[in-house]
Design a protein around this ligand. Structure first.
Ligand SMILES: *Cc1c(COP(=O)(O)O)cnc(C)c1O
Ligand SMILES: [Zn+2]
Length: 397
């Protein structure tokens, strides 16, 4: 069943509903399978390894083998900071971001429900992912993007997989409001993260992190926060495995936002249980350029219940962290993803993260998602004549 996170009203899993019809709050899926963790052994390393925890009909699963992403120890950055650092590389998912986990469950649900049109508003990655999964499931796909604010790689994916791409003169929050109204009229099935089934897929990041660590929780999980679905989902995942008795402890959930788009971090600073929307969110990290996060209430709960924290970083700090990760560890991520590393550096510096902590940073999307930002951060290649002398001169200068 689905349950309202505020008033507790319950809804059937077969109902097409996005928010509580009694109080307007967000819904969450309740999923408590009675299984032992031994059943996961010897299964292929995708998010469907944990299928008993996914609220869908197994025979209908639409998958591109998402999940099972690399879990890389970052010795050099970790040593420098005096912590035990791991990075979960979500850019290795089929379309290059963690959104694929949520879309696999979301599109499977769309197939179960028998809808023929799916849609979303997106800062880019949600549309790229939805376009691919809708293609695989044979559904019509409509995506709304904020005009001029979508990274090139993501736009290419959404268009190439055959989505009907519509550019909105406005920001993400306005695009979401528009497409949500259309969904409430029943014209399409909405696959933004207000849809609780998206979070069911994304909670598998939490499952994998504790599985990767040998059935142990890290001290802390740090990730970028935009619409706040992912931090809520990962917390749900680790909490479900904790409740099932698979792990003994829980991580401190640590959310990082860009300074110009930080409603959650602002609320946490003031110890509040609700956010004040940011009207004109701005950051180079377009994936987290969001002023009115739909999962704010869930995210604040995750942060408070886990004894976590939220922090902000500037665009410069994001770009520096992106380069640091790429050049010291070989891991290429898009700007929003680097916010987790930038936040970590800041939290170590101000003493919020203790020496010796075991920290997992979730890097959410691939470097190639935003090639323009990557190219602009580098100097242009020098052009030379095609001869040894010219080459020798250049590499010895
Ligand atoms: C969607 C996205 C985020 C933000 O996740 P939320 O669930 O909206 O908080 C961060 N980074 C990347 C690369 C994304 O695609
Ligand atoms: Zn309610």
């Amino acid at each position: 069943m689905m349950k309202c996170i505020t008033c507790g009203e319950e809804y059937d899993l077969g109902e097409i509903i996005y928010t509580c019809s009694k109080c307007g709050s967000t819904l969450e899926v309740i999923c408590r399978p009675d299984v032992s963790r031994d059943i996961f052994e010897c299964r292929k390393s995708t998010m469907w390894k944990y299928k008993e925890f996914m609220p869908v009909n197994e025979s209908k699963i639409v998958s591109l083998e998402e999940g099972g992403t690399p879990f890389c120890k970052c010795q050099k950055i970790g040593d420098k900071l005096g912590i035990d650092l791991y990075v979960k590389v979500e850019g290795s998912n089929p379309t290059g971001s963690f959104k694929d986990r949520g879309m696999s469950v979301g599109i499977t649900k769309a197939v179960e429900l028998g809808v023929d049109t799916v849609g979303c508003a997106s800062t880019g990655n949600t549309s790229a992912s939805l376009a691919a999964y809708a293609a695989r499931a044979g559904k019509r796909c409509i995506v709304l993007l904020p005009s001029g604010k979508v990274a090139l790689g993501k736009l290419a994916q959404a268009m190439f997989h055959g989505a009907e791409v519509i550019s909105i003169k406005g920001n993400f929050d306005e695009a979401l409001e528009t497409v949500t109204s259309l969904a409430l009229e029943g014209q399409l099935y909405l696959l933004n993260s207000i849809n609780p089934f998206r979070l069911e897929g994304q909670k598998s990041i939490g499952f994998e992190v504790v599985d990767d660590l040998g059935w142990k929780s890290p001290d802390r999980i740090i990730l970028p926060v935009g619409n706040a679905g992912n931090i809520s989902a990962i917390w749900k995942g680790v909490s479900e495995f904790h409740e099932a008795g698979f792990i003994d402890d829980l991580p401190m959930m640590t959310g990082i936002q860009a300074e110009g788009a930080a409603p959650i971090a602002n609320a946490v600073r003031k110890g509040k249980n609700s956010i004040e929307p940011v009207n004109n969110p701005e950051t180079i990290a377009t994936a987290i350029r969001i002023g009115a996060p739909v999962s704010a209430q869930k995210a604040l709960r995750a942060i408070y219940d886990s004894n976590g924290i939220a922090e902000t970083v500037t665009d410069d700090e994001i770009l520096n962290a992106q380069k640091l990760l790429a050049r010291t560890e070989g891991i290429g991520v898009e700007p929003a993803s680097a916010a987790s590393i930038a936040g970590l550096l800041k939290l170590v510096e101000n003493g919020e993260v203790d020496k010796g902590e075991q920290v997992v940073c979730i890097v959410t999307g691939h470097l190639l998602k935003d090639p323009n930002t990557a190219i602009n951060a580098c100097t242009k290649p020098v052009e030379i004549d095609a001869n040894v002398k010219a080459l020798s001169k250049i590499i010895n200068s």
